[in-house]
Design a protein around this ligand. Structure first.
Ligand code: NAG
Ligand code: NAG
Ligand code: NAG
Ligand code: NAG
Ligand code: NAG
Ligand code: NAG
Ligand code: NAG
Ligand code: NAG
Ligand code: NAG
Ligand code: NAG
Ligand code: NAG
Length: 863
């Protein structure tokens, strides 16, 4: 058979010699005998006569009536050629360098469903894919299709390869896996006249030394092609080579670390022969490090790209300086896989001026354990230059063949053995690395559960442990409204769900930042009440451009909130980052802060039952934060002004500006300096500077006392022993006489037992050592028990109908608008203490002067 094939090829070569040596493009409409026009290009039916295409076997012509998704290639994808036996296409008369693109569109035809196909493809002996399966089904919008991730309605998979043809034709060999079948919708072969790849490329971490890649003998697969900071560039906009340039944002670790800039004027190629590398629109947009004036310059713009291990990769970066017309304004460092690829990189100097389109190639080897390629641009501390900003316009990643192989060969079980072949393949593709993390996480969760179960029993038996429901089960006591408040079962969906608003939309919503709509003010800026186009109310937090601390918090908050969805966490609807504005849009919380309903305002104070319920809600939110992901999230700023109440008094945790993920922090631009609000700060965290979930538990304990006593956590106008609520309340709690200092507005309408229990929980939360404090889950469970006691008591009382009013007890001074700075008890002074207890980080009924500092302790500088 093979010999016969070679013979056929040989014959073809002889035949083709007669033809012209000019390079031909082949656009093949597979499974059809007719030609169609798509995008102004003529695609020739693979079975139409006289097309210079030879098929070794007829295969099966498949066609579907409709193709979903608004792809320009819809008419092309209506037909496919299916093969159950080996089939090769020979394209006669190709010579030189080519892009080969194979188009696969998932479909069903008779009893062939694309999701069950498995096959290999080789081109001129180069192995392209092996045991390949096209994921997805017709109309499956979630299919993970590589070439079209940027456009969710475009569900085809296009694999692109580049190689040199030395013979006089291309033979593309499709080989179905045993017992399975294969298919192809279209084949695109585009000649590349100019030299797109050089043989000698700088090695990452090689201090400028080059590696010889022997590229003319190797095959190349395009893994990623991103138009950084811009929009999708469709093939028809990349005139000669018909490449697709995807959006980069989906691959960034923190999209908001880079802001998009554009300038369409006067861009030219740095070298006249560079026109093939990328079309000009790629260079017209870029990503720079956000808000360079405000920034703490301690982070990288990072892209994380999944690739196959054990291959060599060529990374091509496209640059064009769009802003500065002198050198040394942006000097940065480029890291690939955490190794320095270039330092003191100044685009202006390298490209030879402003508006010069320019690119650099780097080469790195992906080790076998690793399937994520990291590309990072960050400040170069050693550069003596003025600017530390970075800029990137485009990014391409190419995989280089090894031993004639581009296919990622995995330990693959033969098809008879696999139950669900599709999920197996996807699973393997995800990679052993991630798999082990998942398994590890599962084990951790299991251990967590096993450890927690016994403590349920040692609690009160009256209760059938409602506190131990897995956090991802909804509690349906109140109807969740709309998807924003719905729970996501996994909770930590990888997708960023925040919507990006334009500044114009924000201006419309807030009546152009009408001062009368301000519902809170603080160092970060003002919070406006706004109404979105769809008439939903929103709290719109606008960063003060002068805010020095804002940006990191802003980014943290977007990042956290866009991953989190829970009934007891304030939902972020979206954000706006335009013209140096940093704006966050949250669901509107009609009833403001918990604090405003306990003391310090004229609002009616909450009943004891309501207070318990609010504490339960907040505890749920925190419990979810701590345990909902493999790496827990620590809120770091638990206080009554960060517990917000919706129109039904459902409590939600707000303000994730200081939040921090647990131990394995992915990006370290969140400072590890002690942060939090004075009066709520865990003394152990203060001493050891070691952050754990138990610091939140401490702060929550202070919240519980605040809810009982209805006074500021720090009140310097009081006698010395009363200034700090935590110390004072603990004193009474230890004497078991908390009722002495309880909020008189509760009017004795509480069950003494519930108060005792409540006090005990608070006391446990304030334990000196973190390890003696309960977990949020335990706190939650006990609070639910307290609620039951109170409810039982209320119904007894209601039955007796015998309330007796009692004398109001002495009310501690409640001076919560005092600016304070207090040192007592702590070894380091805190800048800006509890500070009028107003945080503009969330809407608040209280409005305090705009000159106020960011109401969290952000550093521990002495005064
Ligand atoms: C083409 O396919 C036939 C079997 O259909 C095979 O024998 C032959 O080797 C193939 N040719 C090439 C060049 O792969
Ligand atoms: C093309 O195929 C269709 C059916 O698939 C057939 O009716 C038609 O005759 C064919 N045309 C040619 C020129 O072979
Ligand atoms: C087939 O190849 C010949 C010679 O290279 C060329 O003249 C002709 O136009 C080709 N036919 C098609 C349909 O491309
Ligand atoms: C998806 O692709 C289609 C066709 O190329 C285009 O019209 C549409 O705007 C794209 N959608 C997005 C979100 O890029
Ligand atoms: C393939 O798709 C069909 C529907 O189109 C679906 O019923 C089937 O479960 C899918 N098979 C796999 C293995 O995903
Ligand atoms: C490395 O290769 C680049 C082209 O990729 C070339 O411009 C440069 O001169 C080479 N450097 C060395 C040291 O060979
Ligand atoms: C380059 O590739 C050819 C063919 O694969 C091989 O024979 C040769 O050894 C390679 N050279 C180097 C330096 O790798
Ligand atoms: C675009 O660049 C030109 C100089 O090349 C400059 O004059 C113009 O102001 C820039 N436009 C914007 C919107 O930045
Ligand atoms: C640019 O291309 C022309 C013709 O395509 C060639 O003669 C010239 O050497 C090239 N210049 C460079 C610097 O590669
Ligand atoms: C940027 O990334 C590199 C490589 O991962 C790392 O070594 C460096 O510390 C990072 N810089 C910052 C400021 O995070
Ligand atoms: C590279 O850096 C990123 C973050 O900067 C980190 O998540 C990743 O684990 C690092 N990779 C290696 C191989 O060290």
């Amino acid at each position: 058979m093979g010999f016969f094939g070679l013979f056929v090829i040989g014959m073809i070569c002889v035949l083709v010699r007669i033809g012209d040596a000019q390079m031909n493009a082949f656009l093949v409409n597979c499974g059809s005998n007719s030609s169609i026009n798509v995008n102004g290009r003529k695609w020739i039916g693979d079975s139409s006569p006289g097309n210079n295409i030879t098929m070794s076997a007829p295969g099966i012509e498949a066609s579907t009536a409709m193709v979903s998704g608004d792809t320009v290639y819809a008419s092309l994808y209506k037909t496919a050629r299916i093969f159950t036996d080996r089939l090769n296409y020979t394209l006669q008369g190709a010579q030189g360098s080519y892009f080969l693109r194979l188009h696969f569109y998932p479909f069903a035809f008779e009893n062939f469903n694309a999701n069950q196909s498995y096959f290999s493809v080789e081109a001129n002996g180069l192995k392209l894919v092996s045991e390949f399966n096209v994921p997805g089904e017709i109309g499956d919008k979630n299919s993970n299709l590589q070439a079209s991730k940027g456009n969710s309605s475009f569900t085809s998979l296009v694999k692109e390869y580049f190689f040199n043809v030395e013979s006089n034709g291309i033979a593309i060999d499709f080989i179905p896996s045993k017992g399975s079948f294969g298919f192809v919708n279209a084949i695109e072969v585009i000649p590349v006249a100019d030299k797109l790849f050089l043989d000698s490329v700088k090695k990452v971490g090689g201090n400028g030394a080059n590696s010889s890649l022997n590229l003319s003998k190797r095959g190349i697969e395009t893994m990623y092609r991103l138009n950084v900071g811009g929009s999708t560039i469709n093939p028809d906009q990349d005139s000669e080579l018909w490449r697709l340039w995807e959006l980069d944002s989906g691959y960034m670790i923190n999209v908001d670390a880079g802001s998009e800039i554009r300038n369409k004027s006067y861009i030219v190629y740095a070298l006249p022969n560079d026109t093939y590398f990328a079309p000009i629109p790629v260079y017209e947009s870029a990503r720079t490090m956000s808000n360079n004036d405000v920034l703490e310059k301690r982070f990288n713009m990072s892209w994380k790209l999944e690739v196959d291990p054990d291959f060599d990769y060529l990374v091509r970066l496209h640059f064009c300086e769009l802003v500065y017309n002198i050198s040394n304004q942006r000097n940065f460092r480029i890291y690939i896989n955490n190794k320095t690829a270039a330092d003191n990189f100044d685009i202006f100097t390298r490209a030879g001026g402003m508006n010069k389109a320019y690119h650099e190639d780097y080469f790195d080897v992906m080790p076998s354990q690793s399937n994520n390629l990291w590309i990072q641009l960050g400040p170069d501390a050693s550069a003596a230059a003025a600017g530390t900003d970075a800029l990137l316009n485009g990014l391409e990643v190419f995989k280089l063949s090894r031993d004639g192989n581009l296919a990622f060969v995995q330990s693959y079980q033969k098809s008879e053995e696999k139950k669900s072949s599709r999920s197996l393949i996807l699973w393997v593709a995800i990679g052993a690395g991630i798999a082990s993390i998942v398994i590890l996480a599962a084990i951790v969760v299991l251990i967590f559960w096993l450890c927690r179960k016994p403590s349920t029993q040692q609690g009160d038996t009256k209760k059938t442990s409602p506190g131990w429901r897995p956090i991802f089960l909804l509690d349906s006591t109140t109807n969740a409204k709309g998807s924003l408040r719905g729970q996501n079962p996994s909770g930590f969906a990888a997708s960023r769900s925040g919507r990006r608003f334009t500044l114009a939309e924000i201006r419309a919503a807030t009546n152009n930042f009408d001062e009368s709509l301000v519902i809170g003010v603080g160092g970060f800026g003002k919070v406006f009440k706004g109404e979105l186009e769809d008439c939903t109310l929103a709290a719109i937090k606008r960063a003060n451009p002068q805010s020095q601390q804002g940006l990191t918090e802003f980014e943290t908050e977007i990042e956290m909130l866009s991953k989190l969805r829970h009934r007891h966490l304030v939902a972020m609807i979206g954000f706006c980052e335009e013209q140096n504005e940093m704006i966050l849009v949250y669901e509107f919380m009609a009833n403001g802060t918990l604090r405003s309903h306990v003391f310090g305002t004229d609002l009616p104070s909450l009943t004891w039952k309501q207070r318990i319920e609010v504490c339960i809600g907040a505890a749920r939110g925190l419990h979810y934060l701590h345990t909902g992901s493999e790496r827990g999230i620590i809120h770091r700023d638990v206080k009554t002004t960060n517990i917000l109440l919706d129109e039904n008094f459902v409590a939600k945790m707000a303000d994730f500006g200081l939040s921090k993920t647990g131990p394995s922090l992915e990006h370290t631009h969140v400072s590890t300096a002690v942060k939090g609000s004075f009066g709520y700060l865990d003394p152990e965290y203060f001493r050891r500077q070691q952050l754990t979930e138990k610091s939140d538990v401490y702060s929550f304990g202070v919240v519980l006392f605040e809810v009982i006593c209805a006074r500021a956590v720090i009140n310097p106008t009081l006698p010395k022993d009363q200034i700090n609520l935590a110390e004072w309340a603990m004193k009474w709690q230890r004497q078991k006489s908390l009722e002495t200092i309880i909020d008189p507005r509760l009017n004795e309408k509480y069950s003494p037992e519930s108060l005792t229990r409540f006090g005990e929980i608070a006391e446990k939360c304030l334990a000196e050592e973190g390890k003696s404090r309960p977990t949020m889950g335990e706190v939650l469970w006990h609070l639910e028990y307290v609620l039951q006691i109170q409810e039982a008591w209320l119904s007894t009382i209601a039955a007796e109908m015998s309330f007796t009013g009692s004398q109001p007890l002495e009310l501690p001074d409640d001076n919560d608008t005092t600016e304070l700075d207090k040192e007592g008890g702590l070894d380091k002074p805190c800048k800006n203490g509890e500070s009028a207890a107003v945080t503009a980080d969330q809407p608040d009924q209280l409005v305090v002067g705009g000159s106020e500092e960011f109401p969290q302790i952000s550093s521990l500088q002495g005064r």
